[in-house]
Design a protein around this ligand. Structure first.
Ligand code: ZN
Length: 167
C-alpha cells in the first residue's frame, strides 16, 4: 500500500543526496523574476519555464490570481529581493472555471457545518480575461514601480505551451 508521507520522504532523501553545492545559493532570485500561477498539479513552472533552484520566485494559488496575498508576495519579491518582472500565468481547463461560490458555500455547510457565505472563492468564467484582470490589479495596486514588467500568459495543458494574453 502506498503512503504519500513515506514516498515524499524517500524522494527527498534521494534529492538531498544529490544536493551538491546548492546550499550556497543566494536568497534573491538569480534571474530576477517571479511567476504567479495556478496551483494546478499539471503545471510545473520549474519545467515549463526552465527554472533551477535559486532562479525565480514562484507564487501559486487556486487560479493564479493576483489576490491581496499574491500582491504582498510580489511586493516582497521586488522591493526586498530584487525581482524586476513577473509572469502572470493562467491555464486552460482551470478548475476555477468549474464552480461558483454558492456551490462551495453549500458544500462547506454540508461537510463542515459552517456558514462560509462571506468568503469569495474567486471562481471565474474566462481564463485570459482573468489573467488580464490580475495584471490590472497588480498595476493598480501602486505597490510596484511603473517599469516592473508583467507578462500575461495562458498555459495550454494540452501542449505545454505558453500563449500570450493581451493585457
Ligand atoms: Zn487552475
Amino acid at each position: 500500500m502506498t503512503n504519500v508521507l513515506d514516498e515524499v520522504l524517500a524522494a527527498n532523501r534521494t534529492y538531498a543526496a544529490g544536493f551538491g553545492d546548492k546550499g550556497n545559493l543566494a536568497m534573491p532570485p538569480a534571474r530576477r523574476f517571479a511567476i504567479l500561477t495556478c496551483m494546478d498539479a499539471r503545471l510545473d513552472p520549474a519545467k515549463f519555464a526552465g527554472l533551477a533552484e535559486g532562479d525565480a520566485h514562484v507564487i501559486r494559488n487556486a487560479g493564479g490570481i493576483a489576490t491581496e496575498d499574491a500582491v504582498r508576495s510580489l511586493v516582497i519579491s521586488h522591493h526586498l529581493l530584487g525581482t524586476r518582472e513577473a509572469f502572470v500565468i493562467g491555464h486552460t481547463d482551470c478548475g476555477m472555471l468549474t464552480f461558483d461560490n454558492p456551490t462551495v458555500h453549500d458544500l462547506l455547510h454540508e461537510r463542515q457545518g459552517v456558514d462560509a457565505s462571506e468568503i469569495d472563492f474567486l471562481p471565474f468564467p474566462d481564463v485570459a480575461s482573468r489573467v488580464a484582470e490580475s495584471v490590472r490589479s497588480v498595476r493598480e495596486s501602486g505597490l510596484l514601480p511603473a517599469d516592473y514588467e508583467l507578462h500575461p500568459f495562458v498555459y495550454d495543458v494540452q501542449s505545454g505551451r505558453l500563449v500570450p494574453v493581451d493585457a
